[in-house]
Design a protein around this ligand. Structure first.
Ligand code: NAD
Length: 245
């Protein structure tokens, strides 16, 4: 089976770093963006200029038809079925629980949880047919531990852990591995809303003394996808510098 990876939400941040890392590992990569078509195309260009296979597709993971069409288009462009799916697209907002609106609750679930549901169902038929494949979901330490003012986000990330464990059991007989990375505080656009001072405090509170980088998470994803992790399924790999020890 040709090594073809599809990474959701990969025009920037963790998804972008995962894409670059997987391309280095010899994967043909399908890049997905919600709005930033130019950034996604630029990344694909950059990788192609380095001799890698890459193509970019715009789609909202919350929209089943759109993300399924994007995955089909990636398979067409890259020459085979997706062998590695990374469910990275995600959104986060801080709210007191009593201020969470129905609309926000529905939207965060539709992106963070339904997005993975849709993308997995789009790649599964081919993986089941091949009796091979790998799925990596990007959860969060806030799916493992409570987070004040992030109840909705934390609930979606805990749901991804449940999905990972149960799906891993269901797909193990078909030799499809499903794992999860739970990043700690990673220095991307997503956490800039916290402000410099809070980010500096969080770095100090991290036993390893720094914030994570997108590349730290890309390394964890590449490890789970690798043959050397072939006996690992249903696992949550926490990559947080020791933050929740
Ligand atoms: P980011 O905001 O830089 O990247 C998220 C990406 O997902 C963006 O490119 C965005 O456009 C895309 N996206 C959002 N909604 C989408 C949709 N509906 N369809 C398609 N793409 C969509 O943030 P990041 O820090 O790179 O986060 C990546 C993942 O890592 C997220 O799932 C996030 O929850 C998780 N995570 C991040 C941290 C952190 O500290 N940064 C910690 C734990 C987990």
């Amino acid at each position: 089976m040709k090594k073809i990876a599809f990474i959701t939400g990969s025009s920037r941040g963790i998804g972008r770093a995962v894409t670059v890392r997987l391309a280095e590992e010899g994967y043909a990569v399908g890049i997905n963006c919600l709005h930033s078509k130019a950034l996604a195309e630029q990344l694909a260009e950059q990788l192609r200029a380095q001799g890698r296979e890459a193509a970019a597709f715009q789609a909202d993971v919350a929209d089943r038809a759109a993300i399924t069409a994007a995955i089909r288009a990636a398979e067409e462009a890259l020459g085979g079925p997706v062998s590695l799916l990374v469910n990275n697209a995600g959104i986060a907002e801080q709210h007191l629980f009593q201020d969470v609106t129905d609309a926000f609750w529905r939207r965060i679930f539709s992106v963070n949880v339904d997005g993975a549901f849709h993308a997995i169902q789009a790649v599964l038929p081919a993986m089941l047919h091949e009796k091979a494949g790998c799925i990596v979901n990007i959860s969060s330490i806030w799916g493992q531990r409570g987070a004040s003012c992030e109840v909705a986000y934390s609930t979606t990330k805990a749901a991804l852990i449940g999905l990972t464990r149960s799906l891993a059991m269901e797909l193990a007989p078909s030799h499809i591995r499903v794992n999860c990375v739970a990043p700690g505080v990673i220095n991307t656009d997503m956490v800039q809303v916290l402000g410099e001072e809070t980010l500096a405090d969080l770095a100090r509170e991290t036993p390893l003394g720094r914030l994570g980088t997108p590349e730290d998470i890309a390394n964890a994803v590449a490890f789970l996808a690798d043959e050397r992790a072939s006996f690992l399924t249903g696992q949550v790999l926490t990559a947080d510098g020791g933050f929740i020890l």
